[in-house]
Design a protein around this ligand. Structure first.
Ligand code: NAP
Length: 346
């Protein structure tokens, strides 16, 4: 890979999303130019205003349907780096196609354009997910970049829609990432750029994007919100999750552009593990009013069922920052308050 540095141009798909808005900001702060894609011009209004001070280093362009062949043909010219993260992230899908089609076809569509027109392209960064690695059951398992989530694929293959919305999402991310590696392998003699895949678990922390109501917030922030307002109770609070701070996940996307050794790697980017009860414990410690307490301290010394190793992120991207859960809970509550969300209105 030829080294990339500012003022190189970066194409970021789904630029209005929760993670993407942070990634756009961090690339701009680092001196890069950014071309972001959104599904409609109305989706770009908030970022245009928020990032107006970056002037013409930010363009926001419309790509209506990422699943169409040639969808990205008009937007790839002159870019040095592509960050592809537009993909549906929710647990409401009724059928596998609802998520798998945009996840997989969106990925292969932009890769095909990169193959045809990527004369200036040096690196393609795909936002995959730790869910392409982790698979249930988690009990006493250590997961690394060597692992693939075959359980979700099997569930969707054998049960179809009855596999449920969670498995459908997990399968969509796994299949999209597989499709990317296969594409690069098949075309390796024709391409001069390389692929880096980032695999974050749940991303937590404040949002920079437009999310006027609670129903507009993205799925991972919603996990924190729902826990704090008491939607999760009983056994659900004893569930384990892995998470990463949104600024760490975004920084990984910037470092992935210029870390030469990252080429050809999938990289887990994580901050820590937690039980949902620990979100309530952190809120109690912070003195946040009107938050349920669950069973305080009950999960404090319970060993985690799964370990998600992230040594590659440190070696290849130099990511060492550790954020305490308490900090991300405090930041999230501030964000919810500032937005006047129910339960946190000032
Ligand atoms: P988000 O806020 O929901 O953003 C998703 C972005 O993808 C939005 O720009 C959305 O556009 C776009 N998108 C969704 N469905 C689409 C479709 N069918 N066609 C075209 N664009 C579509 O989600 P996020 O949390 O920032 O996630 C961004 C990426 O990170 C996703 O690939 C997700 O799988 C991955 N990821 C997220 C987490 C996490 O915890 N947040 C963890 C691991 C990986 P609209 O606004 O127009 O719908």
């Amino acid at each position: 890979m030829v080294a990339v540095s500012p003022p190189a141009k970066v194409l970021i798909t789904g630029a209005n999303g929760y993670l993407a808005t942070w990634v756009v900001k961090m690339y701009l702060d680092a001196g890069y130019s950014v071309r972001g894609t959104v599904r409609s011009q109305s989706k770009s209004a908030f970022s245009k205003e928020k990032f107006a001070h970056y002037g013409d280093r930010l363009e926001l362009v419309t790509v209506k349907d990422i699943t169409k062949d040639g969808a990205f043909d008009e937007v790839i010219g002159g870019v040095d780096v592509i960050v592809h993260m537009a993909s549906p992230f929710h647990f409401k899908a009724a059928t596998p196609d609802e998520l798998i089609t945009p996840a997989v076809r969106g990925t292969t569509s932009i890769l095909s354009t990169a193959l045809k027109q990527g004369s200036t392209l040096k690196r393609f960064i795909l936002t995959s997910s730790a869910v392409a690695i982790l698979e249930f059951p988690w009990r006493q398992r250590v997961f690394t970049e060597e692992n693939w989530n075959s359980a979700a694929l099997e569930a969707v293959k054998t049960k179809g829609p009855a596999a449920g919305p969670l498995n459908i999402y997990l399968a969509s991310k796994t299949l999209a990432e597989r499709a990317a590696w296969e594409f690069v392998d098949v075309h390796k003699s024709e391409i001069s750029w390389d692929l880096v895949v980032l695999n974050p678990p749940y991303i937590f922390g404040p949002s920079l994007s437009a999310a006027p109501t609670v129903d507009d917030i993205n799925t991972s922030q919603r996990e924190v919100y729902d826990t704090l307002v008491g939607v999760r109770t009983g056994k659900q609070l004893q569930t384990q999750a892995h998470w990463v701070h949104v600024t760490v996940a975004a920084e990984a996307h910037v470092r992935a552009a210029h870390a030469v050794g990252a080429g050809g790697q999938r990289i887990i980017v994580r901050s820590a593990s937690m039980y949902y009860q620990e979100i309530l414990d952190a809120a109690a410690e912070l003195g946040i009013p009107n938050v349920p307490r669950g069973e305080p301290g009950s999960m404090k010394d319970v060993p985690y069922g799964s370990v998600l190793e992230s040594t590659k992120a440190e070696e290849l991207l130099g990511l060492t920052q550790v954020t305490p859960l308490k900090d991300v809970v405090a930041e999230s509550v501030e964000d919810f308050k500032a937005r006047g969300y129910a339960g946190f209105a000032a």
